[in-house]
Design a protein around this ligand. Structure first.
Ligand code: DQA
Length: 153
């Protein structure tokens, strides 16, 4: 099965962007970590990043269709700043109806500015991983894999 690791705006700048907040690991490094974790867990990881809201919505729709066909475990999604603004991304996740999405943030958004405390994504998410740095992506992948345990979903 496939897993989508989806990153939103400005996350292409990881590594050089506000390193005190987000560390020095690049997006390419994060994606390599995710592919490696996928191999270990037995899933094929696809990585996609866009600075465009509509491209993220299209990707969620695509994975929603694949999920209905049984070929997908779920999606790890760091929506970046769109977390705090995007009703459209909320609706996309709700709209595909079923695809499990784990919302992931590198920084602890709740320890930062008040405008980062609200998420439009959380009410549509299966779960949330916040504040564990780039390791959060791997934690989110493991969380998705463990929900496959039929006895303890
Ligand atoms: C972020 C937190 C958001 O508030 C911010 O706009 C980002 C990154 C994080 O991973 O910590 O772009 O999603």
């Amino acid at each position: 099965k496939k897993v989508l690791v989806l990153n939103g705006p400005n996350l292409n700048l990881l590594g050089t962007r506000e390193p005190a907040q987000y560390g020095t690991t690049t997006l390419a490094d994060v994606e390599a970590m995710c592919r490696q974790a996928g191999e270990r867990l037995g899933y094929e990881v696809e990585c996609f990043q866009s600075n465009w809201e509509g491209a993220l919505i299209d990707k969620i729709h695509e994975y929603g269709r694949l999920w209905k066909q049984g070929g997908v475990l779920g999606c790890v999604f760091n929506p970046g700043a769109l977390t705090h603004t995007s009703v459209a991304l909320h609706d996309a996740i709700k709209g595909v109806d079923g695809l499990p999405v784990v919302e992931c943030h590198i920084s602890n958004v709740h320890a930062r500015e008040a405008f980062r405390h609200h998420s439009f994504i959380s009410p549509a998410a299966a779960g949330i991983v916040v504040g564990f740095g780039v390791q959060g992506y791997v934690i989110a992948l493991e969380a998705l894999a463990r929900t496959q345990d039929a006895d303890n979903p």
